[in-house]
Design a binder for this molecule. Structure first.
Ligand code: 6SY
Ligand code: ZN
Ligand code: ZN
Length: 254
């Protein structure tokens, strides 16, 4: 079975040339949206993907570039299409997502008082690979991002690592590749400055070359073009280009 990934956008939270770093996985039998940021519905519209075609949404963590589009997605599906979208989410994110992000805009007296009133909630257990849509199995891996804020990176179909926003974790990357058969890595990157809550390009450049060869960069700032020659064997994912994951597993990328 083939699996494709198309980034709705590849931008950092403050990018203006790129949409939010959200992704559409398509197994041919089902579509999974990874994160639903503020720009998600506009990007999907431009890609020609109607919201009802998406079988499930998976959330990595609570920042607007990853969840800011859920209010519109939820309302559109309920009001215009008469059904609740499936929302896959780690248990610790449910309370903050509703109480701190969605409640203000979505609550309606007597009708909407909790996440489950708008979404079909699929509660995920970190560390347990779970089939989310036909042909797409995902394991949530807790990774560090903001102190005190839960965040989960993804290991997809036992072969593709998709980083959430995360600080540098070379041990995890080594373990995934050398012990778990990970063939390619889509990794967030911060191109300039100290990587207090993100992973910097310099940190990724410190990895063994065998790891760098597997890495494609995403979640980058508007000055990305200036860094193409500074990224060594790593290349930048292009937003809205459709990649077959087999194509991502080739080592010569440039
Ligand atoms: O301690 C902090 C907290 C946040 N921020 C910025 O806010 C953004 C929120 O979304 P993001 O996680 O994609 O990126 C984050 C950063 O750009 C930061 O630089 N330092
Ligand atoms: Zn982000
Ligand atoms: Zn974040």
């Amino acid at each position: 079975m083939s699996l494709t990934i198309q980034m709705l956008g590849t931008g950092s939270a403050f990018a203006k040339n790129y949409y939010n770093n959200n992704a559409l996985l398509d197994s041919g039998e089902g579509k999974l949206l990874i994160d639903c940021g503020t720009t998600a519905s506009l990007a999907l519209h431009q890609m020609g993907v109607p919201l009802p075609e998406i079988d499930a949404i998976l959330i990595t963590h609570i920042h607007a570039d990853h969840v800011g589009g859920l209010e519109e997605f939820g309302f559109q599906m309920n009001i215009l299409h008469g059904r609740k979208p499936v929302l896959c989410i780690a248990e610790p994110l449910i309370h903050p997502l509703w109480e701190n992000t969605l409640k203000g805009g979505m609550s309606q007296q007597g009708m909407i008082g909790k996440l489950e009133d708008v979404f079909e909630v699929n509660v995920l257990t970190p560390g347990e690979p779970t089939s989310l849509v036909s042909g797409i199995e995902v394991e949530l891996i807790p990774t560090r991002h903001i102190p005190g804020k839960d965040s989960y990176s993804l290991f997809i179909n036992d072969r593709l690592f998709y980083s959430a926003d995360m600080t540098f974790d070379p041990d995890l990357l080594n373990q995934l590749v050398h012990e778990r058969g990970c063939r390619s890595i889509l990794h967030e990157v911060q191109l300039q400055g100290a990587g207090e809550v993100h992973t910097t390009l310099d940190e990724l450049l410190s990895l063994p070359i065998q790891l760098q060869e597997r890495i494609r960069l995403m979640h980058y700032s508007d000055d990305m073009e200036q860094f193409k020659e500074k990224a060594g064997v790593m290349s930048f994912l292009e937003q809205q280009r459709v990649y077959n994951i087999v194509e991502l597993e080739r080592t010569e990328q440039k």
